[in-house]
Ligand binder design. Structure first.
Ligand SMILES: *[C@@H]1O[C@H](CO)[C@@H](O)[C@H](O)[C@H]1NC(C)=O
Ligand SMILES: *[C@@H]1O[C@H](CO)[C@@H](O)[C@H](O)[C@H]1NC(C)=O
Ligand SMILES: *[C@@H]1O[C@H](CO)[C@@H](O)[C@H](O)[C@H]1NC(C)=O
Ligand SMILES: *[C@@H]1O[C@H](CO)[C@@H](O)[C@H](O)[C@H]1NC(C)=O
Ligand SMILES: *[C@@H]1O[C@H](CO)[C@@H](O)[C@H](O)[C@H]1NC(C)=O
Ligand SMILES: *[C@@H]1O[C@H](CO)[C@@H](O)[C@H](O)[C@H]1NC(C)=O
Ligand SMILES: *[C@@H]1O[C@H](CO)[C@@H](O)[C@H](O)[C@H]1NC(C)=O
Ligand SMILES: *[C@@H]1O[C@H](CO)[C@@H](O)[C@H](O)[C@H]1NC(C)=O
Ligand SMILES: *[C@@H]1O[C@H](CO)[C@@H](O)[C@H](O)[C@H]1NC(C)=O
Ligand SMILES: *[C@@H]1O[C@H](CO)[C@@H](O)[C@H](O)[C@H]1NC(C)=O
Ligand SMILES: [Cu+2]
Length: 582
């Protein structure tokens, strides 16, 4: 019955949008299990509308976006609109148990947001269990009607989504790893727009293809929706020019190789300036630390020029060595924002809150009545400042809005315990340093205050590059470097002229990165490592940004169809008379 009504509404909405103003974009997402064949094997995956990747959403800056999600999959799920500011619409951020409880099987929820102050490429993905692996798609924000790109209009454009393939149910494989408490099962292959390409069995015919006309310039919208891996990406014989990252314009940066971490997007211009022919593009994982597997073959796609000789086999690009951290560092640190470009906002000069945050791996005690295979018989965990984030069984944002106590505390520490030598590798399995505390501690921020965070990587258990992603706000990246952050000399390296702005920064494996942002968006916002396994292990924390002084700077009430949290009512009855009345 619910389903019949849902798709009846669907037809009506299509009608409405075709006659209504173009500034209202409305979509229906049908989350369901779908049989697909990859690597010679039929398996069932969860998708939106049966496709991998799912539908690409296209809006113009300033549009309102409404997406009705019907969950017909067996899993409770949320959909996150990655990088969308969600100004005063935190209820639509789609972060499980942070901004909402998941949509249960058979139920639906409508996400509503206005997309303003940002343009370029973002994406949407599930923010529940490991479902992002197959529940994802592009979100393209073009300039408002009548406005243009800060570069010549490309002839055509192609979104290219990077993914990982498990050859099995990724949810089952991941939850088994969480239960065991040791390292995860790695994916079997990488994909470009859902296709592994010529280097994998049974995949050559379905390879992702682009047709180009010689002399034209194309915009490639690169999106890394892989669960765990960073990539090097190259196209044989072609250079690329980076023009935006994470939906923020950059100064044009010419490069032969793009480096892209989970949660990041990179927009590049590609000029078809070679001999008409066929050329492969290839993506292979960047290994920032020995523990990341290296036995992978690259995911490949193919570009073919119009009027190309069909007899000549395509040429394969030569990728950097997978361990080439210096190429990765150069790419990540050489980006700068296009000052005075569209939606440019000068970065805050004053800092109200200074935080120093270690990002680590560690161990938590084994769950009662379980056997763990992690170090010292415990279970692997991720942490920030020694806190391994334990998601509550209900939504932090509701606890914030209804002032429900007992769900979280606001004593997330501004500094790690210590100090100790963070990047000293002989400390890897030092038991005194790898035990972490499982907590639900938030950091409270005054509305419109400015925050600077020094992220410090550590050597505990692993020292790989962590892509740190902030919800609800972009940040400026002032500097990055190797080793332990030096509070005396490293501030001299800050870019105070045109620092890159983004929502995800891949901090160097044995190093640090400094970011700054303005907390201008009330709500509860996750800050986490975008390596999915690390997030599931607790490598995250949450900011509680207070309301501003007036209603137009305060979080509005929740939408009426916000999914229910099974436990919220009993907790609320215990703690707050407000919720039970609502
Ligand atoms: C998804 O599928 C539904 C029903 O099958 C359809 O009405 C809707 O238009 C589709 N949405 C997109 C974004 O393709
Ligand atoms: C995928 O799984 C099937 C069935 O278990 C197996 O035969 C095949 O070798 C696997 N492929 C890869 C690349 O692991
Ligand atoms: C850094 O970017 C600039 C363009 O912004 C480019 O000229 C320079 O070659 C780049 N440096 C490296 C090492 O790639
Ligand atoms: C990086 O990988 C290459 C090729 O596998 C290898 O020859 C080289 O020794 C590695 N470098 C480091 C620093 O591990
Ligand atoms: C778990 O605990 C229960 C009782 O506390 C016990 O009966 C059961 O055998 C335990 N299971 C395992 C796997 O240890
Ligand atoms: C969110 O809460 C639900 C219960 O309301 C629980 O089943 C689920 O595991 C929780 N999710 C996370 C990430 O903790
Ligand atoms: C929120 O709860 C705290 C105690 O937990 C109380 O001091 C405060 O007055 C409450 N605020 C509102 C707006 O109800
Ligand atoms: C981190 O917290 C754990 C558990 O509370 C504690 O045992 C450990 O000593 C703490 N780590 C450091 C470096 O203080
Ligand atoms: C671990 O966290 C709990 C809950 O916040 C706290 O009571 C305890 O003191 C913490 N332990 C350490 C060693 O920090
Ligand atoms: C936030 O602070 C900035 C800088 O002081 C100011 O320009 C802006 O108006 C403030 N925003 C709000 C909503 O108060
Ligand atoms: Cu991480």
């Amino acid at each position: 019955m619910a389903r019949a009504l849902f798709f009846l509404a669907c037809g009506l909405a299509l009608l409405a949008s075709s006659i209504a103003s173009a500034a209202h974009v409305e979509h229906y997402f049908h989350v369901r299990d779908t049989a697909v064949r990859r690597l010679c094997r039929d398996i069932v995956i969860t998708t939106v509308n049966g496709s991998l990747p799912g539908p690409t959403i296209q809006v113009h800056e300033g549009d309102s976006l409404v997406v009705h999600v019907l969950n017909d999959s067996p899993y409770p799920i949320t959909i996150h609109w990655h990088g969308v500011f969600q100004y005063l619409s935190a209820w639509s951020d789609g972060t499980e148990n942070t901004t909402q409880c998941p949509i249960r099987p058979g139920e639906s929820f409508t996400y509503r947001m206005i997309i303003t102050g940002q343009e370029g490429t973002l994406f949407w993905h599930a923010h529940s269990q490991a479902l992002q692996a197959t529940v994802h798609g592009g979100l393209i924000i073009r300039p408002r009607r009548g406005r243009s790109y800060p570069f010549p209009k490309p002839f055509r454009e192609f979104p290219i989504i990077f993914g990982e393939w498990w050859n099995d149910s990724v949810v089952r494989v991941t939850s088994a790893a969480l239960a065991r408490g040791n390292g995860p099962d790695h994916s079997k292959a990488f994909t470009l727009n859902g296709q592994p390409g010529v280097l994998q069995p049974c995949s050559a015919d379905s390879i992702f293809k682009m047709k180009l006309i010689q002399g034209k310039t194309y915009l490639l919208r690169l999106i890394n929706s892989a669960l765990n891996m960073q990539f090097f990406f190259k196209i044989a014989y072609h250079k690329m020019t980076v023009v935006a990252v994470d939906a923020c314009y950059t100064n044009p940066m010419e490069t032969e190789v793009v480096v892209i971490a989970p949660g990041q997007t990179v927009d590049v211009l590609l000029k078809a300036d070679q001999q008409p022919g066929s050329y492969y593009m290839a993506a292979l994982n960047f290994i920032s630390w020995d523990g990341i597997p290296h036995e992978y073959k690259a995911a490949t796609g193919i570009i073919t020029y119009q009027n190309a000789e069909t007899s000549t086999p395509p040429l394969m690009p030569i990728l950097p060595f997978q361990n080439d951290s210096s190429t990765a560092f150069t790419f990540h640190s050489n980006l700068t924002e296009l000052v005075n470009g569209p939606h440019y906002v000068p970065f805050p000069q004053e800092v109200d809150e200074n935080m120093f945050v270690t990002v680590s791996m560690g161990v938590l005690p084994c769950q009662k009545n379980a056997t763990c295979k992690g170090p010292f018989g415990k279970r692997l965990s991720g942490s920030m400042n020694n806190q391994s984030f334990q998601f509550p069984k209900l939504s932090l944002l509701e606890a914030f809005y209804y002032n429900v106590s007992g769900i979280y505390t606001t004593d997330f520490p501004d500094h790690p315990p210590g100090p100790y030598d963070f990047t000293k590798q002989s400390n890897n399995f030092n038991e005194a340093l790898i035990n972490v505390n499982g907590t639900t501690r938030l950091k409270k921020l005054k509305f419109n205050s400015t925050v600077q965070i020094v992220f410090q990587n550590t050597a505990q258990i692993s020292y790989e590059s962590h892509p740190m992603h902030l919800h609800g706000m972009d940040f400026y990246v002032l500097a990055q470097g190797f080793g332990n952050y030096d509070p005396v000399n490293d501030p001299k390296k800050f870019n105070l002229v045109n620092p890159q702005r983004r929502n995800t920064i891949a901090m160097p494996a044995d190093g640090w990165a400094v970011i700054r942002f303005r907390a201008n968006n009330p709500g509860t916002w996750l800050l986490h490592c975008h390596v999915d396994m690390h997030l599931l292990w607790g490598q995250s924390m949450v900011f509680e940004v207070e309301n501003g002084p007036i209603p137009s700077t305060s979080l509005p009430p929740p939408p009426p169809d916000l999914p229910q949290c099974s436990d919220l009512e009993s907790v609320a009855n215990r703690n707050s008379p407000m919720l039970s009345e609502s």
